[in-house]
Every structure is written in structure tokens, then in C-alpha cells.
Design a protein around this ligand. Structure first.
Ligand SMILES: Cc1cc2nc3c(=O)[nH]c(=O)nc-3n(C[C@H](O)[C@H](O)[C@H](O)COP(=O)(O)O)c2cc1C
Length: 366
């Protein structure tokens, strides 16, 4: 039977009640990486609104893996304790709970996006020395992300891999169902994968296999501590949208390597590695959701499609045409936390049980 937006999906021991997910979105509302009341409202409201998968924002594996001081983190017990009730609350509404563990790499040490998002001066106490595959800055002559990173040594690469593993163990303690490794948008793992940034000549650079080494080793180590009944995802920039960058045939190959290492689903985003690339956010990604289908066909893995999806019929068509297993919405979920309810209404699906009972009882209809 053809799957549709409201068909359940089962991966390993996890059942998604529908194929709609909220895309991870930084909220710049944490202190010392600790989630706040805002996260309960932001994530909880979408769970009450009927979303099948709630992805928490990119959550740093270390203090210096954050983009800014306002970013979420998962490296200590205080962060775990703050997240536990938030995740338990989302689960009350039948949402699958996910988080995205990440390291900012050369884009880190910035003001929050709400404060302009620019790199902080070297002597700013809120900043730190950022890191990358090489010492090349993201945008050396630009006004925003100009800070030159320190090139990571192999020992430092292995330390960061251990931090990913530690975060994965903490994510398990929090109770998440789905764990995503962030390898998109020019952050650390993507900056190693793309030839636009990684010009190293050691075993972590060179050809695609060398550039993928950091990601693949990290994922292998994370999978070893992330239970097989739970879901492991990787977010890739499946296309760099810049001359000489990663194209779909490259990321499809990476997807096959990830499949061999136990990844269950690929979250297919794009862009972000270099200033001239089209953005990871924005309206310039009209073809991006369809790219998920190409990666799905090439790898045999389940995929999530994302980028500019606002319309229920469009989202439903992505599932029905087997281009995606889950569709993610970012900004549209900001506009309407009850988008799932709206989609059900527009698609003529029974809306009685879409919203939390407190609302659905009164406004849902068969
Ligand atoms: C405020 C904001 C914060 C974001 N933070 C993240 C993030 O933490 N991790 C990530 O992978 N993508 C992040 N993104 C990208 C979104 O997840 C999504 O891929 C992008 O916005 C395109 O989807 P949309 O057109 O539905 O918004 C962010 C986007 C926005 C608007």
C-alpha cells in the first residue's frame, strides 16, 4: 500500500505516528548549554500539535562545540536533568523524540543569530578558539564568520569523537528515541567531508574516503553505544550548492558507507559550507526536498526531506512518490505549531486524534 503523510512508520523499535517532523532549529535560549522553559514550550507545543517526530536543535558535544553561548549542549548531568522532563512531556502526545548532536567547528565562537551571529573578537570572554580541518576561516574578509580556526590534530579529532560518544550516552539517559549526528551546514563534520574546506593531506583529508573518515569513525563509535532498537540518523548537506563542492553522487556514496555502519535514516539538507553556497535556510532550496529521493534510491536507506516545505499536498506528495519517508518542516512550524492539524484537515484525514486531547476533543472531527 502506498504510504502517505499520515501513515505510521516503523524503524527498528520506534513507531512514528505520522511522517511529519519538526526540523532542528537553534533557539539560542540555553545558559551553559542547559535547556530552559522556552524549550518546554517550543518543543512541547509542536508535540501537542500532533507532529510525529520532534527534532531538538543542534546540541553541542562540548562547550567549544557550540555555535554561541546561547546554544544547547549535552556534555554534563545538569543538561541531562533539564532535558528529561521536556522529552517526557513530548512523549505524552505520542511524538518520537530526537536530538541532533553537533560540533560547530570553524563557525563556532559567534554571537547568537538573534544578536547578529558574527564571530566574537579574540579577547571577548564569551568567545573561544574555534577549530576546523585547516586554519582557513569561513569568510576571512567578511564581516561575520571571519575567525581563523586552529587545524585539528589527529589526537584532537579522536577526542571530539569521544565527545560525540559521551553525548550519545547522555542522550540515552535523557530518553530520546532518535539520535542524529550533524554533518551539514558547514559545521565541523561537514567541513571535513567537503573538498571546499578540507584540504588536509593526512588520513582525514584527500579523497572522499579520507574526508569522510572523521564522520564514519564517529558514527561507528556512536552506533556502538546507541541501542539497535532506537533510530540513528545523520544530517548531510547532500549538495554543497557551490562550484567544486559535494554533489549528490558523492553524498550517495557517503550514505552507503553510513548504511554499512548502522545508520537507519539520512536527513537530507544542503549548503552552508562556504559563503558562496546557497543557504541552509531560505527560499533558495526549491529542489532540495526532491534530492532526498535521489539519495533514497541510491542508498536504499530511509530519508527525511527538508527545505521550504509549507504545503500539505506537497508534503504528502513527497511521501506518496517515495521521495521521502519523513518530511521535516522548520520555519513553517514556527508559523503554525498546529500545522499537522491543518494538513490533516486539508488532506481530508480524520482530525479527531491529531491534536492533544485537550484541544482535539473540542475541535477535531472525523
Ligand atoms: C532559526 C533556525 C535555526 C536552525 N537551526 C538548525 C539546527 O540547529 N540544526 C540544523 O540542522 N538545521 C537548523 N536549521 C535549518 C532547519 O532545520 C531547516 O533545515 C531549514 O530551515 C529549512 O527548512 P524550512 O524551509 O522548513 O525552514 C535552522 C533553521 C532556522 C530557521
Amino acid at each position: 500500500m502506498t504510504a502517505s503523510l499520515f501513515s505510521p512508520l516503523r524503524i527498528n523499535g520506534v513507531t512514528f505516528k505520522n511522517r511529519i517532523g519538526m526540523s532542528p532549529m537553534c533557539q539560542y535560549s540555553s545558559t551553559d548549554g542547559i535547556a530552559a522553559d522556552w524549550h518546554m514550550v517550543h518543543l512541547g507545543a509542536r508535540a501537542a500539535g500532533g507532529v510525529g517526530l520532534i527534532m531538538a536543535e543542534c546540541t553541542a558535544v562540548s562547550s567549544k562545540g557550540r555555535i554561541s553561548q546561547g546554544c544547547a549542549g549535552l556534555w554534563n548531568d545538569a543538561q541531562v536533568e533539564a532535558l528529561k522532563p521536556i522529552v517526557a512531556f513530548q512523549r505524552q502526545f505520542g511524538a518520537v523524540t530526537g536530538t541532533q548532536i553537533s560540533h560547530s567547528g570553524r563557525k563556532g565562537s559567534a554571537a547568537t543569530a538573534l544578536e547578529g551571529g558574527s564571530h566574537l573578537d579574540m579577547d571577548d570572554p564569551d568567545g573561544w578558539q574555534n577549530v576546523g580541518p585547516t586554519s582557513d576561516a569561513f569568510d576571512p574578509d567578511g564581516a561575520r564568520l571571519w575567525k581563523a580556526p586552529e587545524a585539528l590534530t589527529v589526537a584532537e579529532i579522536l577526542d571530539i569523537q569521544d565527545q560525540f560518544v559521551h553525548s550519545a550516552k547522555l542522550a540515552l539517559e535523557v530518553g530520546y528515541d532518535l539520535l542524529e549526528v550533524h554533518c551539514a551546514h558547514g559545521y565541523l563534520l561537514h567541513s571535513f567531508l567537503t573538498p571546499l574546506v578540507n584540504t588536509r593531506d593526512d588520513e582525514y583529508g584527500g579523497d572522499l574516503r579520507g574526508r569522510a573518515r572523521f564522520l564514519l569513525e564517529t558514527v561507528e563509535k556512536v552506533r556502538a553505544v546507541w541501542p539497535t532498537q532506537k533510530v540513528l540518523s545523520v544530517r548531510l548537506s547532500v549538495h554543497d550548492f557551490a562550484q567544486g563542492g559535494l554533489a549528490l553522487e558523492d553524498t550517495a556514496q557517503v550514505g552507503l558507507w553510513l548504511r554499512d555502519r548502522g545508520v537507519d535514516i539520512l536527513d537530507c539538507s544542503g549548503g552552508g559550507a562556504v559563503p558562496e553556497a546557497r543557504g541552509a535556510i531560505g527560499n533558495r532550496t526549491a529542489e532540495q526536498p526532491d534530492m532526498a529521493g535521489i539519495i533514497r534510491d541510491a542508498t536504499g536507506l530511509a530519508v527525511m526531506a527538508v527545505g521550504g516545505i509549507t504545503d500539505a499536498a506537497q508534503a504528502d506528495a513527497l511521501i506518496r512518490s517515495s521521495k521521502a519517508d519523513i518530511v521535516l518542516l522548520g520555519r513553517e512550524m514556527m508559523r503554525d505549531p498546529h500545522w499537522t492539524f491543518r494538513a490533516a484537515t486539508e488532506l481530508g484525514v480524520d482530525t479527531r486524534h491529531v491534536l492533544a486531547e485537550q484541544y482535539g476533543f473540542f475541535v477535531g472531527a472525523s
